[in-house]
Design a protein around this ligand. Structure first.
Ligand code: SAH
Length: 470
């Protein structure tokens, strides 16, 4: 890689179009250059920041002309916080790009015939649409150039979001437009209390400090979960835990689930740790079409509740159930899709590798009086074999909702062998979805494609594909 100071400055460049990962692309010096935080039509000077073999990455440092397509970003943290990279693009235009992304991936990666992609279903809320946010504490606050230039002595502690590309720098957040009240108030109150009390913020290199992360979950039933993650130093500071959590309990009586975990590991994940209930219940409840879903601190639930409902409705429509079908729900998580379609199927079999998630799925069936579901834990590659099919019946419909990496090639092979009349493929990454569907094309034709927007102001797009056995 070339030294940074040797990398070129590209002057007076007109941004061409929106490319993958939410960045725009231009062609200069015989290369594709990817530039974030720009819009097609902007005229800019680009400082190349990284020279890779086949393309460059750059940063727009001077704007000579703004694209007529732009809109004013609404957040004070825009362009520093890694969160909502598309705020400068009007929402209607974001939707156009997202749908185009699906088309591009099916053309470039899929290379198979596919029907016209349906207009994307927009998000009902474009702000305050997330039901979960996780903030990090750090004693290494991110300072802006102006703050450094001011020469003032500044507090280095921060509670907020990670700066993209830096593992320890945290941007303190004043107001986040992603989660409804009282999310912002809670975060600010925690930060203020912790500073007043002198509670040590985490140091991500040395793994010292008492306060590590803060998770806030707001359910559509009004229930509210707060979970504080403490570092190993909290072992010697039980009064810090009690003090902070009691302060939260008094100040925010609307919290229905107040929990904490002491994480002595090197990374922030806590799915494998014991979470302690401090006050209230150990879970919150989400509601969807008369169904209740229990969400515990460690379990996954789609982060945009309204759009999860849209997504599942599309999925259920594509499944075309009459009540007679055996349905497999692959990558079933906590069983939301399985329970959502169960009333219209003969039975639903869920497969998921996180054991606790399958337990949650069973509880979700119980509390909703759904008796025709069953859930099994294991890796899809091992579990979905001929023995399993014999035991549980051949599926008439397979619903599959894998993580971003898509399905393992062996799983795709198994699906081809199973030969279910219909497959509904739900994906949060159209690139891997197109790759998998290209393989399934051996036996399946693509019947319908329906993108759904769950994450306004980001480039992320969810896409549901209906596949029919040929
Ligand atoms: N359908 C669910 C969750 C989808 S997220 C919902 O809508 O809520 C994808 C799920 O796939 C996660 O729960 C993850 O634990 C699971 N998973 C990832 N890799 C897997 C594998 N190899 N075998 C089985 N499950 C897997």
């Amino acid at each position: 890689m070339a030294r940074r100071d040797k990398l070129p400055l590209l002057e007076n460049i007109t941004i061409e179009r929106m490319a993958a990962e939410g960045k725009c692309v231009v062609h200069a010096n015989g290369r594709a250059v990817f530039v974030p935080y720009t819009a097609p039509g902007d005229v800019v000077d680009i400082k190349v920041t990284k020279a890779r073999k086949k393309f460059w990455e750059g940063k727009a440092i001077t704007f000579h002309q703004y694209s007529p397509q732009r809109t004013e970003p609404f957040c004070a943290h825009f362009s520093i916080c890694g969160g909502c990279k598309w705020q400068h693009i009007p929402y209607e235009q974001q939707l156009v790009y997202k749908r185009q992304q699906v088309i591009d991936q099916f053309e470039r990666i899929g290379k198979i015939p596919f029907p016209e992609v349906a207009p994307i279903l927009p998000s009902q809320n474009t702000r305050y649409y997330r039901n979960k946010l996780e903030f990090a504490f750090s004693d290494q606050r991110w300072f802006t150039r102006e703050e450094i230039a001011s020469g003032e002595e500044l507090d280095k502690r921060a509670l907020g979001f990670h700066i993209p590309g830096s593992f320890e720098k945290i941007l303190p957040i004043e107001h986040c437009h992603l989660q409804a009240d009282p999310s912002n108030d809670i975060r600010m109150a925690v930060d203020q209390y912790a500073k007043e009390q002198g509670l040590p913020y985490y140091n991500m290199r040395q793994h010292t400090g008492v306060l590590r992360t803060l998770m806030i979950r707001t359910a559509n039933t009004g229930e509210l979960m707060v979970m504080v993650q403490f570092g190993r130093d909290a072992d010697n500071a039980p009064e810090a835990i009690d003090g902070l959590l009691n302060h939260l309990r008094e100040k925010f009586p609307m919290i229905t689930s107040l929990q904490y975990v002491i994480n002595r590991k090197m990374n922030d994940t806590f799915h494998d740790l014991e979470v302690t209930l401090f006050a209230g219940q150990s879970y919150i409840t989400e509601q969807m079409e008369g169904l209740q879903f229990r969400v515990s601190a460690q379990s996954f639930y789609q982060t945009n509740s309204e759009q999860a409902y849209q997504l599942y409705r599309v999925t259920r429509n594509f499944a075309q159930l009459s009540g007679e079908e055996v349905v497999y729900d692959l990558y079933s998580g906590t069983g939301t899709i399985a329970n959502f379609v169960a009333a219209q199927a003969k039975k639903v079999i869920g497969v998921e590798y996180v054991e606790t998630a399958t337990q949650d799925a069973k509880v979700n069936s119980q509390i909703n009086n759904v008796s025709n579901t069953d859930f099994f834990a294991g890796d899809m590659r091992d579990l979905l074999n001929s023995e399993f099919l014999q035991q549980h019946g051949r599926p008439d419909v397979i619903i599959t909702d894998p993580p971003r990496v898509g399905m393992h090639a062996d799983v795709v092979k198994q699906l081809l062998e199973v030969g279910a009349p219909r497959i509904v493929y739900v994906s949060c990454n159209p690139a891997t979805q197109a790759r998998d569907i290209a393989l399934l094309h051996e036996k399946y034709r693509v019947d319908k494609l329906q993108p759904v927007d769950m994450f306004p102001h980001t480039h992320h797009v969810e896409n549901v594909a209906s596949l029919v056995l040929r």
